[in-house]
Design a protein around this ligand. Structure first.
Ligand code: ZN
Ligand code: ZN
Length: 217
């Protein structure tokens, strides 16, 4: 995969929130993983980070309340876990930020079946949002659903199509309350994605709805 094949990128809002450390860990992981695959977003993130640094430097020259530095440091210590800045892509399927969560590459992933050949592996992140790897067999679909919050879906291998577009390796789909979709994997190859959600999905079908509490989707 070359980076110019990526057509679906992070929004400015997500990049800014990431560089400010304001995202739930699961979203932070999705952003870091996309950035590790995408030169364009890495450059945009770099711009936000130097902007943030400049703001901080200016702020230091302004008189601060005696305890404000301590309070800031405490906030940094107690805040959401920070996902390490993106490292260069490894040789396997999983980019470096993900390998740290899986404890290796794809062969270390502990998949659980969610039905219809689709498998998932929930990654260990803080519980304010959920990150999962999804395995969608070639030609198979994720049951159609809506969203109660934000869903980031980053393609790691293969591709899927939904009502909005086709997403290939490195592409990130951003869904919200307004989107109802049914992602379908391309016929040619099994699709592996990283999906991050901050609220349960809305399924139309009865079976997925019954399974929902067990699958944490
Ligand atoms: Zn990008
Ligand atoms: Zn969705």
């Amino acid at each position: 995969m070359t980076t110019h094949d990526i057509n679906h990128h992070l929004t400015d809002k997500l990049l800014m929130a990431y560089s400010a450390g304001a995202l739930p860990e699961a979203f932070s992981l999705a952003v870091a993983t996309h950035v590790s695959m995408c030169d364009e977003c890495r450059a945009r993130l770099g711009a936000y980070e130097s902007l943030g640094g400049a703001v901080l430097e200016r702020a230091e020259t302004v008189a601060m309340a005696p305890d404000s530095l301590g309070a800031t440091m405490a906030r940094i210590r107690d805040g959401a876990p920070v996902v390490e800045p993106p490292a260069p892509r490894t040789r396997g399927v999983l980019p470096a930020p993900l390998c740290d969560y899986v404890g290796g590459d794809l062969d270390e992933v502990r998949w659980r079946s969610v039905g219809m050949g689709v498998k998932q592996a929930i990654l260990p992140t803080s519980r304010d949002a959920t990150a999962r790897l999804l395995f969608i067999p070639a030609g198979a679909a994720v049951p159609d659903h809506g969203h109660r919050g934000t869903e980031l879906t980053l393609v790691l291998q293969g591709a899927f199509v939904d009502e909005t577009a086709r997403y290939g390796p490195g592409d990130i789909g951003i869904a919200d309350e307004d989107l109802h979709h049914m992602p379908v994997a391309d016929i040619g190859a099994d699709c592996i994605c990283l999906a991050a959600t901050d609220a349960p999905l809305r399924f139309r079908g009865v079976i997925p709805r019954l399974a929902q509490p067990f699958l944490r989707i």
